[in-house]
Structures are given as structure tokens and as C-alpha cells.
Design a protein around this ligand. Structure first.
Ligand code: A2P
Length: 300
């Protein structure tokens, strides 16, 4: 929703009242040896939210980057994900210990399940019960899920005592998952967009055709003297989503947070909405199995 004045979209309030910076740094596929510098660059540029995952293999370096920045731990919102190989109640409690130790923190701000395991949903539910325990014990400040489709959310809500605060899913102009977003909105589950710039599609079919070169996005960017990446991030924020753009390049990291000084019009938002191709870039959530995707998470 655009207004005459630039909206302050820097923070979002989760369904349990916790405030979260809407924009965080993503580190999916950031090699561990580049992660420290990326996190430090982000914190230096004003980011106060970092999203990682046990499965990314760079939690330790995220923790080191935060520590080296000199910014107080409590000022940085730390989000990570339990991998499917650690699902089950006791396994997920252990997964928290492992992630917290690697990150060098006592408490994780937002801990989410990385994927549903549709063919092993009992194990997924047991993992979620462990998140509820961690929340009740004050080990985490909010809990949620990732890559949950409507059927997974529906099944989870049948037994959950805590509604997930967040569902982190693939959302970018070329793949918008409106049904999942609407289900989340109806239930107080915030949609957090992974690959918010559509990076997952950049090398599709061997081409480099991408959202960054999209003519509609390009025209809107020119109208605001902003870059296509900034326009996409602003589109997410104005539509109420959290975003975690990934970059290892300091100038892009800075560019990606410089999105709080302009407003897209309703027509511009609608023009980007109309770019949806309904073509998923990441793995099909229904196909995630332990046999296909499981791999052990190293101990801390
Ligand atoms: P790099 O890390 O070399 O900057 P997404 O988070 O949507 O998946 O996007 C991540 C991809 O987009 C990465 O390939 C990243 O590359 C690239 N990227 C991130 N920010 C920008 C930007 N502002 N302009 C162009 N490319 C970007």
C-alpha cells in the first residue's frame, strides 16, 4: 500500500509481539570463508538481521562476523533453520544446541524448520514440538517454518499449540506463491521471502535471463532512480513481506538495504504482481524426503 509519505517499513511485528527487522542478510550458498566478511559488511551497512541455516554450513562464521562487528548481540536478530536430518523431538532439541554453539549465542531469535517432510510428517511434527519447548524455555524468541505449503501448514496447525510466526518461502516477481501467502496472512503467519531478487532463477536453462533485466522492473527502477534489486525489495516490503537478499559483495549488500527512502505506487506494485510465471526455482516441497535430501549436520 503506497501512501503520500514513505512508509517506515523497517520492522515487522511477529504474531507473538516480537519485533523483527524486515530486511535481513541471506547467506544461502555463501561459502564459509566469505561469510564473516559478508556479515560484517552487512552490519556495517545497517543490517540488524541475519538469516542462516544449519544446512548452509556457515553458522559458525555468521556468529564470528557478528562478534567481530562489535555490535551488541541483543541488537542483531539471528535466524537459523533446523535441517530435516535433525527432525524428531530429541534430535531437534540437539539441533538447537548445535546451532547455538556454532553461532556462539545462548538464545536464537527465530528458529524455523527448513522443510516439511511430507512422507514423514510425524517426524516433522515432533520437530515442531521441540521448537515449542525451546520457545517455552526461552531458548528461542520465536519459531516458524520454511517451504511449508498450504497442506503442510494445515496439518501442522491441527496439532500445534503455537502458530508459526513465519513461513519462509520462495517469493520473487517470477514466482509469488499467492495461495500460500494468503493462507499465512489468514492465520497470522508472516511470509518471509527467500531469493527475494529471484537469484534462484538467474542461471535457469543455462541463460542469465533474470528479474534484474526484466523490462517492467527496469522501467520502474528508472522512474525512481533506483536499481532493479532495490525495486524488488521495496515491492516485497510494501506488500508486507520480510526479505533476506543474499550477496557477498559489499556494494550490493549496501545497495540492498538502501530501500527505505522511496515508495512504489499501487500501479507499480500491480505491474510487478503481474510478472508471476508460477514457475518454481527451488525444489518442489512435496518431494523432500530424508532419502533424497538428508545429510548429517556436523556437531559444533
Ligand atoms: P552476489 O552474492 O555475487 O552479489 P537472491 O537472494 O534473490 O537469491 O539473490 C542472490 C543473487 O543475486 C546472488 O547471485 C547475488 O550475487 C545477486 N545479487 C544480490 N544483490 C544484488 C544486487 N543488488 N544486484 C545484482 N545482483 C545481486
Amino acid at each position: 500500500m503506497s501512501t503520500d509519505m514513505t512508509e517506515n517499513l523497517t520492522n515487522l511485528t511477529l504474531n507473538n509481539g516480537l519485533e523483527m527487522p524486515a530486511l535481513g542478510l541471506g547467506v544461502f550458498q555463501t561459502p564459509p570463508e566469505e561469510t564473516r566478511a559478508a556479515v560484517e559488511a552487512a552490519l556495517g551497512a545497517g543490517y540488524r538481521h541475519i538469516d542462516t541455516a544449519a544446512a548452509y554450513g556457515n553458522e559458525r562464521e555468521v556468529g564470528e562476523g557478528i562478534h567481530r562487528s562489535g555490535i551488541a548481540r541483543r541488537e542483531v536478530f539471528v535466524e537459523t533453520k533446523i535441517w530435516i536430518s535433525d527432525y524428531g523431538y530429541d534430535e531437534t532439541l540437539h539441533g538447537f544446541d548445535t546451532s547455538a554453539a556454532k553461532l556462539g549465542v545462548d538464545q536464537i531469535d527465530l528458529l524455523i524448520l527448513h522443510q516439511a517432510l511430507p512422507t514423514d510428517f510425524d517426524r516433522t511434527l515432533a520437530a515442531y514440538r521441540a521448537l515449542e519447548t525451546l520457545l517455552a524455555d526461552g531458548k528461542v524468541r520465536a519459531i516458524g517454518v520454511s517451504n511449508f505449503m498450504v497442506d503442510h501448514l494445515t496439518a501442522l496447525l491441527e496439532t500445534a499449540t503455537v502458530v508459526p510466526a513465519v513461513n519462509q518461502i520462495e517469493v520473487h516477481p517470477y514466482f509469488q506463491q499467492r495461495t500460500v501467502q494468503a493462507f499465512g496472512a489468514d492465520h497470522g503467519i508472516l511470509t518471509q521471502a527467500w531469493s527475494p531478487l529471484g537469484g534462484i532463477t538467474f542461471y535457469r536453462d543455462g541463460s542469465h535471463g533474470s528479474t534484474l533485466e526484466d523490462p517492467v522492473i527496469g522501467e520502474i527502477a528508472r522512474a525512481h532512480a533506483k536499481t532493479p534489486a532495490q525495486v524488488m525489495l521495496r515491492w516485497h516490503l510494501q506488500e508486507g513481506r520480510s526479505v533476506i537478499p543474499k550477496s557477498t559483495k559489499p556494494h550490493r549488500i549496501a545497495e540492498n538495504i538502501d530501500v527505505f527512502d522511496f515508495d512504489l505506487t499501487d500501479d507499480e506494485l500491480a505491474a510487478i504482481d503481474a510478472l508471476d510465471t508460477d514457475r518454481r526455482g527451488g525444489p518442489e516441497p512435496a518431494d523432500i524426503t530424508l532419502a533424497g535430501y538428508g545429510r548429517p549436520i556436523p556437531e559444533a
